[in-house]
Design a protein around this ligand. Structure first.
Ligand code: RP5
Length: 156
Protein backbone atom coordinates (compact mmCIF):
# COMPACT_ATOMS: atom_id res chain seq x y z
CA UNK A 1 0.00 0.00 0.00
CA UNK A 2 1.47 3.37 -1.02
CA UNK A 3 2.12 5.88 1.76
CA UNK A 4 2.38 8.90 -0.52
CA UNK A 5 0.29 9.99 -3.47
CA UNK A 6 2.15 11.97 -6.10
CA UNK A 7 -0.19 13.70 -8.53
CA UNK A 8 0.39 16.25 -11.28
CA UNK A 9 -1.84 18.17 -13.62
CA UNK A 10 0.01 17.31 -16.83
CA UNK A 11 2.76 15.07 -18.12
CA UNK A 12 4.69 18.31 -18.73
CA UNK A 13 5.10 18.48 -14.93
CA UNK A 14 6.85 15.09 -14.81
CA UNK A 15 10.52 16.26 -14.76
CA UNK A 16 9.86 18.21 -11.54
CA UNK A 17 7.60 15.58 -9.97
CA UNK A 18 10.18 12.87 -10.70
CA UNK A 19 12.54 14.65 -8.30
CA UNK A 20 10.07 14.09 -5.48
CA UNK A 21 9.72 10.44 -6.47
CA UNK A 22 13.50 10.07 -6.58
CA UNK A 23 13.80 11.25 -2.96
CA UNK A 24 11.08 8.83 -1.85
CA UNK A 25 12.89 6.01 -3.70
CA UNK A 26 16.13 6.89 -1.93
CA UNK A 27 14.40 6.75 1.46
CA UNK A 28 12.43 3.56 0.74
CA UNK A 29 9.02 5.23 0.90
CA UNK A 30 6.23 3.72 -1.19
CA UNK A 31 4.22 5.98 -3.48
CA UNK A 32 1.71 5.99 -6.31
CA UNK A 33 2.29 8.51 -9.11
CA UNK A 34 -0.61 9.75 -11.27
CA UNK A 35 -1.29 12.37 -13.93
CA UNK A 36 -4.76 13.79 -13.28
CA UNK A 37 -5.97 17.18 -14.45
CA UNK A 38 -8.48 18.84 -12.11
CA UNK A 39 -9.62 21.03 -15.00
CA UNK A 40 -9.58 18.63 -17.96
CA UNK A 41 -10.99 15.57 -16.14
CA UNK A 42 -12.79 16.76 -13.00
CA UNK A 43 -14.69 13.50 -12.40
CA UNK A 44 -11.47 11.47 -12.39
CA UNK A 45 -9.89 14.03 -10.09
CA UNK A 46 -12.72 13.86 -7.54
CA UNK A 47 -12.58 10.05 -7.57
CA UNK A 48 -8.83 10.23 -6.90
CA UNK A 49 -9.12 12.72 -4.04
CA UNK A 50 -12.11 11.00 -2.42
CA UNK A 51 -10.44 7.56 -2.39
CA UNK A 52 -6.95 8.72 -1.37
CA UNK A 53 -7.49 8.17 2.36
CA UNK A 54 -8.90 4.66 1.97
CA UNK A 55 -5.96 3.78 -0.30
CA UNK A 56 -3.72 4.47 2.69
CA UNK A 57 -2.03 7.70 1.63
CA UNK A 58 -0.64 9.68 4.56
CA UNK A 59 0.53 12.60 2.43
CA UNK A 60 -0.23 13.84 -1.08
CA UNK A 61 2.36 15.71 -3.13
CA UNK A 62 0.52 17.65 -5.82
CA UNK A 63 2.19 19.68 -8.56
CA UNK A 64 0.59 22.00 -11.07
CA UNK A 65 1.26 25.11 -13.10
CA UNK A 66 -0.54 28.25 -14.22
CA UNK A 67 -4.05 28.30 -12.65
CA UNK A 68 -2.79 25.60 -10.32
CA UNK A 69 -5.89 24.40 -8.51
CA UNK A 70 -4.92 20.73 -8.17
CA UNK A 71 -3.08 20.94 -4.81
CA UNK A 72 -5.72 23.12 -3.20
CA UNK A 73 -8.55 20.90 -4.34
CA UNK A 74 -6.68 17.86 -3.02
CA UNK A 75 -6.45 19.68 0.34
CA UNK A 76 -10.16 20.45 0.21
CA UNK A 77 -11.01 16.74 0.04
CA UNK A 78 -8.08 14.73 1.46
CA UNK A 79 -7.91 15.15 5.27
CA UNK A 80 -4.16 14.62 5.71
CA UNK A 81 -1.24 16.88 4.65
CA UNK A 82 -0.97 18.10 1.07
CA UNK A 83 2.32 19.46 -0.25
CA UNK A 84 2.04 21.71 -3.27
CA UNK A 85 4.70 22.21 -5.94
CA UNK A 86 4.26 25.29 -8.15
CA UNK A 87 5.54 24.70 -11.69
CA UNK A 88 7.67 27.23 -13.51
CA UNK A 89 5.75 28.80 -16.39
CA UNK A 90 7.06 30.60 -19.45
CA UNK A 91 4.56 33.47 -19.32
CA UNK A 92 4.75 34.45 -15.64
CA UNK A 93 7.80 32.59 -14.37
CA UNK A 94 5.77 30.38 -12.06
CA UNK A 95 4.44 33.24 -9.91
CA UNK A 96 0.98 32.35 -11.23
CA UNK A 97 1.43 28.75 -10.01
CA UNK A 98 2.96 29.84 -6.70
CA UNK A 99 0.20 32.28 -5.84
CA UNK A 100 -2.49 29.82 -6.92
CA UNK A 101 -1.12 27.17 -4.59
CA UNK A 102 0.07 29.15 -1.57
CA UNK A 103 -2.85 31.55 -1.13
CA UNK A 104 -5.27 29.09 0.42
CA UNK A 105 -8.25 30.10 2.51
CA UNK A 106 -8.10 29.64 6.29
CA UNK A 107 -8.74 26.03 7.27
CA UNK A 108 -7.48 24.40 4.06
CA UNK A 109 -3.67 24.71 4.06
CA UNK A 110 -1.28 23.49 1.38
CA UNK A 111 2.36 23.19 2.45
CA UNK A 112 3.89 24.95 -0.52
CA UNK A 113 7.50 24.46 -1.59
CA UNK A 114 9.51 26.60 -4.01
CA UNK A 115 8.77 26.89 -7.74
CA UNK A 116 9.92 23.57 -9.26
CA UNK A 117 10.79 22.37 -5.74
CA UNK A 118 10.28 18.69 -6.41
CA UNK A 119 13.09 17.38 -4.22
CA UNK A 120 12.08 19.46 -1.21
CA UNK A 121 8.51 18.23 -1.58
CA UNK A 122 9.80 14.67 -1.33
CA UNK A 123 11.91 15.50 1.72
CA UNK A 124 9.02 17.29 3.40
CA UNK A 125 6.74 14.30 2.82
CA UNK A 126 9.40 12.05 4.35
CA UNK A 127 9.69 14.34 7.37
CA UNK A 128 5.93 14.17 7.92
CA UNK A 129 6.05 10.36 7.79
CA UNK A 130 9.12 10.34 10.07
CA UNK A 131 7.12 11.85 12.93
CA UNK A 132 5.83 8.30 13.51
CA UNK A 133 8.66 6.24 12.00
CA UNK A 134 11.96 6.15 13.93
CA UNK A 135 13.85 4.25 11.22
CA UNK A 136 12.86 6.79 8.60
CA UNK A 137 13.91 9.61 10.93
CA UNK A 138 17.38 8.05 11.15
CA UNK A 139 17.58 7.92 7.33
CA UNK A 140 16.63 11.58 7.15
CA UNK A 141 19.31 12.50 9.71
CA UNK A 142 21.87 10.62 7.59
CA UNK A 143 20.63 12.42 4.47
CA UNK A 144 21.01 15.83 6.18
CA UNK A 145 24.48 14.86 7.38
CA UNK A 146 25.44 13.94 3.81
CA UNK A 147 24.49 17.46 2.71
CA UNK A 148 26.66 18.95 5.44
CA UNK A 149 29.63 16.73 4.55
CA UNK A 150 29.28 17.72 0.91
CA UNK A 151 29.59 21.43 1.76
CA UNK A 152 32.55 20.80 4.06
CA UNK A 153 34.25 18.79 1.30
CA UNK A 154 33.83 21.65 -1.20
CA UNK A 155 35.28 24.14 1.30
CA UNK A 156 38.59 22.23 1.51
C1 RP5 B 1 -1.47 22.64 -15.46
O1 RP5 B 1 -1.27 23.36 -16.61
C2 RP5 B 1 -0.44 21.58 -15.45
O2 RP5 B 1 -0.12 21.26 -14.12
C3 RP5 B 1 0.72 22.17 -16.19
O3 RP5 B 1 1.73 22.64 -15.32
C4 RP5 B 1 0.09 23.32 -16.94
C5 RP5 B 1 0.25 23.19 -18.44
O4 RP5 B 1 -0.26 21.95 -18.84
P1 RP5 B 1 -0.04 21.42 -20.31
O5 RP5 B 1 -0.71 22.42 -21.22
O6 RP5 B 1 1.46 21.35 -20.51
O7 RP5 B 1 -0.67 20.06 -20.35
O8 RP5 B 1 -2.74 22.08 -15.42
Amino acid sequence: MAQVGIVMGSDSDMPVMAKAADILDQLGISYEMRIISAHREPDEFFEYARTAEEKGFKVIIAGAGMAAHLPGMCAAIFPMPVIGIPMHTTSLGGRDSLYSIVQMPTGIPVATVAINGGANAGILAAKILATSDAALLQKLKSYTNTLKESVIEKDK
